[in-house]
Every structure is written in structure tokens, then in C-alpha cells.
Design a protein around this ligand. Structure first.
Ligand code: SF4
Length: 389
């Protein structure tokens, strides 16, 4: 089974109003020591099981585009030393379009030369009022400029992230965002329904009545609109929230949705490997401190000194997680033969009653070799998933 690596870069120049990710502002001075700590963490885990094959690498955040090409070189060389990074590995970098405003082509060409081959841009919206509400530091011209720079630097695999279901967003403004995103011809689009998360300015504004709460019906209409607009533009919806041109599905995210193994590096990163689900400590300060202390003993795979939660995954949990994640994949669904090969049991013997009930409600399609969500089931997926845990 293939293995992936997620590296969390926990720095942002500004905090967006809706964001609850593990990311921090005004600590960019820590970046050089963080990169050192990250390389130490890669080495610790790599030495526990030397030269495992890595098929995908994902720099997420936070804002990875705050790091310099030299810093990426240091990290990628460390990965190469301790893992067998496959020659055709997918290597993704999340970038803020604002960071590519000046010198974008030069910066991106340097990253491309290092082997980074996929860029994911946080476009979020094409509407100035929505970007302002989100406290994004880019504008729509930055997105177009970043796409141009990425193409000029040799990237042929781009993703745009978009947000729908936001307060004051209308069907028309969402349609404008979709159309402008499609006009930029990315290979991949990820669409996120805005969540109002605890501790964010957005949540405070909604609670104080300064902003309307998201409207579930309107959000569902926006999702339906996206499904039609993107199908018309030649994108295949391969996952509940993700669309791609044929053959351009995100291999790293497929790893998550198939519930295959991925290593986690960096503050707040979550991993699943060696039968363990684990999380790295969230604080960048603690992370650096934990990684810089001299190691007394070798920790069991896949733990580094900065891991502060690790839980052995039971077979029962792995089955439930595998089903829920695979059902997010709208085209492939859960393959009955793969399930049987992985768990030594027939899916229908374990969950046949639940799936047949969901089928009678029109939420699930059961075929000889797979079960998968129907179009109606995509909107009510939680109802299907709840019966599996
Ligand atoms: S750029 Fe991304 S990670 Fe950073 S604050 Fe905004 S949404 Fe969060």
C-alpha cells in the first residue's frame, strides 16, 4: 500500500476571518528554526523504517509559500535522504496568490526545479466584497497573475480552492466565482462550504448578529449549481468536494480518501501509519523545542518526540473510517473486492442491512463490485455515514 507525507507549515502573514487551522501570525522569525526542526522530524521517522517509498508529498498550511526555495530544498533533500521519493511522486505546495504578486515566476520556477509539480492556490472568491469579508490579503488580479506565473514557470497541474455558503454570498456572486475560476483553466478545483468555526472572527460576527448565519438551503443550491457548471466545463466530480480534469485527481487526497497511510510532519499535522492515528503538537514553539532536544531513545514508528497524541486503530474503527472515506469518492465508491482483500470479510455481510436501507431511500447505489453515493446521497452523506459508526 502506498505511503504519503503531509508537511504542515504553520505560518500566515494575516489570519483570515473564517480560519480555524493551526496557523500563526507574527512568528515568521521562527521559520529558519522550524525548518531545522522539520528536517530533524523527517530524519527521526525515516530512520525508524529506512527508505520507505513516498508516492505523494503535500506542503499544506498555513502558508507554505512563505518559505524560500532554499528552505524547500533543505526539506526535500532531507526527505530524499530518508525515504525513496518516487520519481513520479506528486509534490504539492499550497500558495497564497498574494505571495506570488512580485517575482512569482522566478520563485515558482525555483520550486519547479526542486521537483514541486503541483500548486494549490487559495482563490476562495472572485468577488472583492467576499475577499474583504474573509480578510484575504489577495485580490482577483493576484489569482490571475499567480496562475500566469505558475504556467510560465512550467506547472501543468494547478488547483484552485473556492468557498461557498458564506454570509451575504448570493447565487449570482457564486456563479461569477465559478465562471472566473473555470476561465483560468485549472486542472483541479476544491470547493468548501464555509464552516463557522469556534474562535474565529466570523463566528463572533454571526453570534453578535453582525452577519447572517449561513443559509443551508442556499448553500445546497450553490453546491448543485457548481455540480452543473463544472460538469459543463469538462470537470469530473470525483469526490464530494473535488472536481478534476480527467486524470488530474489529487493523488495525495486520494490517499486520505482510500484511508491509506500518510505520515505527518510539522505542528498540528495528523497522520495515519503503522496502525496508529497520531497528531503532532500544535504549538510551533513546543514543536521546535521537542525536536531540538537530544533524543534519549528511539521512539516506535511513526512517532517523533513532537507527537503528543497517538491511538492504535482497531480493526472495527479502520473498517468504519475506510467506508466513510471511500464513500466520499463519488465515481469509485467502496470497491467490494478491495474491501474483502483488505479486511478479509465481505462488506455486505457486515453492513448489508444499512446499505440496502440507504439504497431504498435513493442515497446509495449498490453494484456487483462497489457501493457508492447517488447524487441525492451527496447532500445527505452524513445520514449514510452515521449508520456506519
Ligand atoms: S491563508 Fe489559509 S491557513 Fe492562513 S489564515 Fe488564511 S485560510 Fe487560514
Amino acid at each position: 500500500m502506498s505511503l504519503s507525507a503531509y508537511l504542515h507549515i504553520p505560518f500566515c502573514a494575516f489570519k483570515c476571518s473564517y480560519c480555524a487551522f493551526n496557523t500563526y501570525t507574527h512568528i515568521e522569525h521562527l521559520i529558519p528554526r522550524f525548518v531545522e526542526a522539520l528536517c530533524l522530524e523527517i530524519a527521526v521517522v525515516g530512520n525508524q523504517r529506512p527508505h520507505q517509498c513516498l508516492w505523494t508529498i503535500f506542503f499544506g498550511g498555513g502558508t507554505p509559500s512563505l518559505l524560500s526555495p532554499q528552505q524547500f530544498e533543505q526539506i526535500l533533500e532531507t526527505l530524499d535522504r530518508h525515504f525513496d521519493v518516487q520519481p513520479n511522486a506528486e509534490v504539492t505546495l499550497e500558495a497564497n496568490p498574494a505571495d506570488l504578486r512580485i517575482g512569482g515566476v522566478v520563485y515558482l520556477a525555483a520550486l519547479r526545479a526542486l521537483g514541486i509539480n503541483r500548486i494549490s492556490l487559495g482563490m476562495q472568491s472572485a468577488n472583492a466584497n467576499e475577499l474583504k469579508l474573509f480578510h484575504r490579503r489577495h485580490d482577483n488580479d493576484d489569482v490571475a497573475g499567480a496562475v500566469r506565473s505558475a504556467r510560465a514557470a512550467g506547472f501543468d497541474n494547478l488547483n484552485l480552492d473556492l468557498i461557498y455558503g458564506a454570509p451575504h454570498q448570493t447565487i449570482d456572486s457564486w456563479k461569477n466565482t465559478l465562471e472566473q475560476a473555470v476561465a483560468l483553466q485549472p486542472e483541479h478545483l476544491s470547493l468548501y462550504a464555509l464552516g463557522i468555526e469556534d474562535g474565529t472572527p466570523m463566528k463572533a460576527w454571526v453570534e453578535r448578529g453582525h452577519l447572517p448565519a449561513p443559509d443551508d438551503d442556499l448553500t445546497a443550491d450553490m453546491y448543485e449549481l457548481a455540480t452543473d457548471v463544472l460538469a459543463e466545463a469538462g470537470y469530473i466530480q470525483y469526490e464530494i468536494s473535488n472536481w478534476a480534469k480527467p486524470g488530474r485527481e489529487c493523488r495525495h487526497n486520494l490517499q486520505y480518501w482510500r484511508n491509506w497511510q500518510y505520515l505527518a510532519f510539522g505542528p498540528g499535522a495528523h497522520g495515519f501509519a503503522g496502525g496508529v492515528r497520531y497528531a503532532v503538537t500544535r504549538s510551533p514553539h513546543w514543536y521546535i523545542k521537542a525536536m531540538m532536544q537530544p533524543a534519549s531513545t528511539m521512539l516506535p514508528y511513526p512517532r517523533s518526540p513532537a507527537v503528543d497524541q497517538a491511538v492504535e486503530v482497531t480493526r472495527e474503527d479502520e473498517i468504519a473510517e475506510t467506508l466513510i472515506m471511500n464513500l466520499r469518492l463519488l465515481r469509485e465508491g467502496m470497491s467490494l473486492s478491495e474491501f474483502a482483500a483488505r479486511f478479509g470479510a465481505s462488506l455486505m455481510s457486515l453492513h448489508g442491512d444499512h446499505f440496502r436501507r440507504a439504497e431504498s431511500l435513493g442515497l446509495i447505489e449498490i453494484a456487483p463490485d462497489y457501493v457508492r453515493l447517488t447524487r441525492a446521497g451527496r447532500l445527505l452523506s452524513n445520514q449514510v455515514f452515521q449508520g456506519l459508526v
